[in-house]
Design a protein around this ligand. Structure first.
Ligand code: ARG
Length: 405
């Protein structure tokens, strides 16, 4: 009883350690009237120093702080389903969007343990994350109260800085930061500063995981990725845990400058934003996965699956991770992936990744049938079907000709 009562005065802040979420700490006390602020930082593979800084700031600001290591869960339960669905939004492997549901789920786990049902997050009213985080929380805890101070108070950066200074919130690191960066093992996204000018070429300093074409390794590397039922299990014949595989591949492919993407992206609200991504591991894995699907799935499965994949990707982008439509799409996806087992070889060189080989026990391919040298396939048997091919188009041409006489 006393614990529940005490925690009615508590709010759980989904905390990154950045400016937006840091100003939320005094705000929750001063303006929202909470006695206790609990901060939760979920480790999905962002830089270690960011996680450490978040913990330090939380301690300085006297919150009850939790760091949750969710790297393995992130890759296994969020990145791997995205691989099976060839998860892509407007030409890049979705990364921020697939981490948000997990961050929300972990925050709710902590909240339930502590008997808290009020939440706060630092998302702005312009972006996608407010939808993803709030749906993620409500999907696990329908009765949750959720505060979004940055949105509710229509905050500007200038206001936040002033408020932080008045309230003793350390912001030196935030002031030094020119770029807005979001990171997890599946990708690193960089926006803000002069990148907001779509015509401004991304400066080399924004990249941290990938070498430039000029400085990348001069010798190409050949990489062999093994898949079991649609997901990677080993690289160059070495098995590792899901997160370790991705970490390793980020380094290998990043050294070859693979996975830099510069695009205009349409946010959920329709706002266009300029985004830069570094996503070496996900770029390689998605390319290899598609190559293997092309070897084992039927032509109609491939055609239909691309529609299913794009519906899945739209839901994932919007953070609708617990939507029944997604479960139903996954019924098809998972069943198709049972045969996506085998090896894909890729060449990494100067920013490019090229598939150079593939094999699978489920290959729908027969060298004997396809070969120029075969007699198994009696070519003469094709004559009849070729003759009738395009029948309707030919009939139409005849009718057209007659009508013009
Ligand atoms: N536009 C991407 C998304 O909505 C990334 C957003 C976060 N990126 C950032 N650099 N703060 O998924």
């Amino acid at each position: 009883m006393s614990q529940t009562k005490a925690n009615q005065d508590a709010v759980l802040l989904v905390y990154s350690g950045g400016l937006d979420t840091s100003v939320c700490i005094p705000l929750m006390r001063e303006e929202y009237g909470y006695k206790k602020v609990i901060t939760v930082t979920v480790d999905v593979g962002q830089e270690h120093s960011d996680i450490a800084q978040a913990a330090e700031k939380a301690s300085f600001l006297k919150t009850e702080h939790y760091t949750v290591d969710a790297k393995e869960e992130f890759v296994e339960k969020y990145c791997w389903p995205s691989v099976k669905a060839n998860g892509d939004y407007q030409g890049y492997p979705m990364s921020t969007s697939i981490a948000r549901p997990l961050i929300a789920a972990k925050a709710v786990e902590v909240a339930k343990r502590l008997g808290v049902n009020a939440f706060a997050h630092g998302c702005t009213g312009k972006g996608n994350d407010q939808y993803r985080i709030e749906f993620g929380i409500r999907a696990q805890m329908p009765e949750a109260t959720i505060h979004a101070p940055v949105r509710e108070k229509n905050m500007t950066r200038t206001w936040e800085i002033e408020y932080a200074q008045k309230n003793n919130v350390p912001i030196q690191q935030s002031l030094e930061k020119i770029w807005s960066i979001d990171e997890n093992l599946w990708g690193r996204s960089i926006e803000g500063g002069r990148l907001e000018e779509p015509d401004f070429a991304p400066p080399e300093e924004i990249f941290q995981w990938t070498k430039s074409v000029e400085t990348s390794d001069v010798a190409a590397s050949i990489l062999k990725v093994e898949f079991k039922e649609g997901v990677p299990v080993s690289i160059n014949n070495e098995t590792a845990s899901p997160a370790q595989l991705v970490i390793k591949l980020n380094t290998l492919a990043g050294n070859h400058g693979v996975g830099r993407i510069d695009i205009m992206e349409d946010r959920m609200m329709g706002l266009k934003v300029r985004e830069n991504y570094e996503c070496p591991a996900s770029t390689v894995i998605l390319k290899a996965h598609k190559a293997l699907e092309n070897l084992v799935l039927t032509r109609d499965e491939i055609r239909f699956k691309s529609l299913v994949d794009s519906e899945w990707s739209k839901l994932a982008y919007e953070g609708l991770w617990w939507d029944p439509f997604k479960t139903n799409l996954e019924a098809f996806i998972n069943s198709s992936q049972k045969r996506v087992t085998g090896f894909v070889s890729l060449k990494l060189y100067k920013g490019s990744v090229t598939v150079v080989g593939r094999n699978s026990p489920w290959a729908l391919y027969s060298e004997d049938l396809a070969s120029f040298d075969t007699t198994t396939f009696d070519q003469r048997e094709s004559t009849g079907s070729v003759k009738n091919f395009g029948l309707q188009a030919r009939m139409f041409a005849k009718l057209l000709e007659a009508s013009q006489k």
